[in-house]
Design a protein around this ligand. Structure first.
Ligand code: NAI
Length: 300
C-alpha cells in the first residue's frame, strides 16, 4: 500500500495501546478508520476525541466469526472498501505452562490466533474482490521468536501468527495485497489488564490471579515504548511493504544469538542428491515468488 490517503483501515483491539495508536496514526495519514474492540466502555469513551473525524467505533469480539462478518459489512456500509486490515487485538496470560488448563489455552488462542484467522477469512475475500490492492498488518510479538518463561501460551500464539503471515505474503502478493508482521518488544500499554476482557466461557484458569503480579506487570510496562512510536514504525513498514516490522532494537543481538544457535544445530553431513535437488528447486521457486511479489507490491 503506497498511499494511505482516503483509504479505509479496520483495526482490532482499537480501544487501547497499540491499536488506538494505530488508529490515530492512520487517521493522521489521511485514512478512514474503524476501531473495533471487545471492551465497550473504553471504546465508546473515544467518541469525543474522534467527533467529526472519519473514525467509526464497533464493539467486537475477534473470536466471534459472525460478529467479525457483521463488522466487515458495517465498515463497508460506513466507509466503503477496506484496504488495510490490522489484526491487532491480543491478550497476555502469565503463568508456567505446566499449570495451564484447557480454558487458558482456549482464551489466548481464541483471541491471539483465531482472532487473526477470523479477520483474514472474513476480510480477504472482500479485499481481493475490490481489486485495488491493500495490506494486512498482523500484530505478533518479539515473544514469537524468543520463547517466554511464564508466558508460553502467548509465545506459541504469536509464533503461529508469524508463520501464517509469512505464508500469506506469498499467497497475496499476486493480488497486490501486502502482509506485515508487527513484532514489538515491551510497550507501554494496558496489556497487563488482559484479564478484564476474559470471557466467562474461558474460566476458570489454571493460574491464580494475584494483585502483586498485575502490579509488577504494570510497572514493567510503564517502561515500554510509547504505542505511538510503535504505530508510526508500523505505518512506515506498511508503506515500505516490509514483511517483518521490528520496532525494538534492543532485541537484535538476542536474535542473532538465537539464529546462530539454530544454524549450529544442523548436522554437518552429506545430503542425498535427489533430496537436495528437490529442496534447492523449492528454494529457487520460493525466491522467484519473493522477487515477483516484491515487484508487484512495489508497483501498487
Ligand atoms: P492493550 O491491552 O492496551 O490493547 C489490546 C486491546 O485488545 C484491548 O483494548 C482489549 O480490550 C482488546 N481485546 C482483548 N480481547 C479482545 C477480543 N477478544 N476482541 C477484540 N478486542 C480484544 O495491549 P497492547 O499492548 O496494545 O496489545 C496490542 C497487541 O500488541 C496485542 O496483540 C499484543 O499481544 C501485542 N504486543 C504487545 C506488547 C506489549 O508489550 N504491550 C509487546 C508485543 C506485542
Amino acid at each position: 500500500m503506497k498511499s494511505p490517503k482516503d483509504k479505509v483501515a479496520f483495526v482490532t483491539g482499537g480501544a487501547s495501546g497499540i491499536g488506538l495508536a494505530l488508529g490515530r496514526v492512520l487517521l493522521s495519514a489521511g485514512m478512514k478508520v474503524v476501531l473495533a474492540d471487545i471492551r465497550k466502555d473504553p471504546l465508546f469513551g473515544l467518541a469525543d476525541e474522534f467527533e467529526g473525524l472519519p473514525v467509526h467505533l464497533i464493539p467486537l469480539d475477534v473470536s466471534d466469526r459472525r460478529a467479525m462478518e457483521q463488522a466487515a459489512a458495517e465498515t463497508e456500509s460506513v466507509f466503503g472498501k477496506v484496504h488495510l486490515l490490522c489484526n491487532n487485538a491480543g491478550v497476555n496470560l502469565f503463568g508456567p505452562l505446566d499449570e495451564s488448563i484447557y480454558s487458558d489455552w482456549d482464551w489466548v488462542l481464541d483471541v491471539n490466533l483465531n482472532g487473526v484467522i477470523n479477520g483474514i477469512v472474513t476480510f480477504l475475500p472482500r479485499m481481493k474482490a475490490h481489486g485495488e490492492g491493500g495490506h494486512i498488518l498482523n500484530t505478533a510479538s518479539i515473544a514469537a521468536f524468543l520463547g517466554s518463561t511464564k508466558a508460553g501460551i502467548y509465545a506459541a500464539s504469536k509464533a503461529a501468527v508469524c508463520s501464517l503471515s509469512e505464508s500469506l505474503w506469498y499467497d497475496l502478493s499476486p493480488h497486490r495485497i501486502g502482509v506485515s508482521i508487527l513484532c514489538p518488544g515491551l510497550v507501554k500499554s494496558q496489556i497487563y489488564q488482559s484479564n478484564d476482557a476474559r470471557p466467562g466461557r474461558c474460566l476458570p484458569s489454571g493460574y491464580t490471579e494475584s494483585d502483586d503480579l498485575t502490579a509488577s506487570l504494570k510497572e514493567v510496562h510503564s517502561h515500554g515504548m510509547d504505542p505511538t512510536e510503535v504505530a508510526q514504525k508500523a505505518l512506515q513498514g506498511i508503506l515500505r511493504n516490509d514483511l517483518y516490522i521490528f520496532t525494538h532494537p534492543e532485541h537484535r543481538d538476542e536474535f542473532v544469538e538465537r539464529f546462530n544457535r539454530l544454524g549450529a544445530a544442523f548436522p554437518n553431513e552429506p545430503v542425498d542428491p535427489n533430496r537436495l535437488a528437490f529442496e534447492e528447486g523449492r528454494r529457487q521457486r520460493q525466491q522467484d515468488l519473493w522477487r515477483r511479489g516484491q515487484e508487484r507490491l512495489g508497483t501498487e
